[in-house]
Design a protein around this ligand. Sequence first.
Ligand code: NI
Length: 174
Amino acid sequence: MAEKLKMLKFPDPRLRTVAKKVEKFDKSLEKLTKDMLHTMYEDNGIGLAATQVNRHIRVIVMDLSEERNEPRIFINPEYKILNKESLASFEEGCLSVPGFSEEIIRPDKIELKWQDLSGELHQDTPDGLLTICIQHEIDHCDGRLFIDYLSKLKKSMIIKKLSKQNSKSNRIVV
Ligand code: NI
């Protein structure tokens, strides 16, 4: 049975960790991806990076289908921007920054390389949502969050609101 994993929430400093490359393609990697997919589905996300569940290796899971029945796994994903002028704007949210979404502009023509659970290499030039989602998730692997692209003012507003939320849920009366 898959386990639900605990999500790190901004401003947890562990979200800033740069994840290491996966070297071992073993049963524990497979188990992690199962648990990550389970966690992502439970929390209604479309993508999740291992960094967000406090595992600092370059592993991403995703499901962009409406029926939520097309799980995808990307191990050690890397991308190259093919055209710097071709941009797309999406309203992005993040399971580690609950309750916030903002319009982010990213390049939408990329070449993507990754490995699967058996270590086999794959390459693609995706389009649409996958292009944007994979950049958001690879940012997690590099310790970056989508709110890093926002202005300082907007970011500090988010920090204030979230730390209020956090202190509320942690507050005890003694
Ligand atoms: Ni995210």
